[in-house]
Design a protein around this ligand. Structure first.
Ligand code: ADP
Length: 266
């Protein structure tokens, strides 16, 4: 039996995955905290508990994400760019462009047929185009982020959100609410403005099919639809797994690669 784990300490959420013989046996998502080492410990323990596997049985742990160097029990840490690429390729072998939208940054990752990194572009300078943008807008609209997709698919034409800055976009949204603009029109405008921004970033790397979305924002079918319309190609998610744990899956797969290398089979 080869058991490995991936622990992804993100800016807003932390994720842990346990894999046994190339099969995902548990995955856990929890909030990140101001103490990443403790969060990592807790999330790892939770994933082990869910898998019914003892810590001593795990041959290798890879830490990734914003707080990857704080996963003190990890055998090594690997950048989330590499982990999202590998995870998406493992779960969806046709993936060539991976679009990871998290809480604080957006990454476009170009990979080969084995999930190896070819190129990437990252936006971690501006909140527009990240999960934080959607969170701020959902707060102004007094609705949960998870409900935005429902509004997006309701009838209504999208309004134009002209501001490129999320702070100004928030004022625009408040004005639209005061003007009595229906919610679906505002949400459509917001998701399209996010898609405009992200698709410009995707084009810098190149739109090679298949495009696969990972990260928490990939749960929003409205964002996927808006991006697909903007890019002119389908935007898929990995089947049968929460897109938010794809980075942790990649970390667990890379941990298995390490063990195989150590055993001389890599
Ligand atoms: P990080 O690794 O940076 O913490 P994640 O990939 O874990 O990022 O994603 C977190 C982001 O996903 C948050 O901004 C959160 O608001 C967003 N998110 C979670 N669920 C949804 C959803 N259903 N629709 C849109 N955004 C979501």
């Amino acid at each position: 039996m080869l058991a490995t784990a991936g622990v992804d300490i993100g800016s807003t959420t932390s994720k842990a995955v346990v894999m046994v013989d190339e099969r995902i046996v548990s995955h856990v998502i929890g909030a990140s905290s101001t103490n990443p080492s403790r969060t990592a410990e807790q999330i790892f323990e939770a994933a082990l508990g869910q898998a019914g596997i003892a810590r001593a049985e795990i041959a290798c742990v890879v830490g990734t994400g914003y707080g990857r160097t704080r996963v003190t029990f990890a055998d090594l840490d690997i950048s989330e760019i590499t982990c999202h690429g590998r995870g998406a390729s493992f779960l969806h072998p046709a993936a060539r462009t991976v679009l990871d939208i998290g809480g604080q940054d957006t990454k476009v990752i170009s990979i080969d047929d084995r999930g190896n990194l070819l190129d990437f572009a990252m936006n971690d300078k501006c909140a527009a185009g990240t999960g934080r943008f959607l969170e701020a807008m959902a707060r102004s609209l007094e609705m949960p982020v998870a409900s935005m997709a429902d509004e997006y698919f309701r009838e209504g034409s999208p309004c134009t959100i002209s501001s490129m800055c999320s702070v100004f976009a928030e004022s625009e949204v408040i004005n639209l609410i005061h003007d009595g603009v229906p919610l679906p029109c505002i949400v459509k405008g917001l998701l399209q403005s996010l898609a405009n921004r992200v698709s410009a970033q995707v084009r810098r790397v190149g739109v090679t099919e298949q495009v696969v979305m990972t990260g928490g924002v990939a749960k929003n079918a409205g964002v996927r639809h808006a991006l697909s319309a903007k890019l002119g190609v389908p935007v898929a998610v990995c089947a049968g797994i929460d897109p938010q744990v794809v980075g942790a899956v990649g970390a667990a797969v890379l941990a298995a690669d390490q063990v195989m290398k150590r055993r001389g089979k890599g």
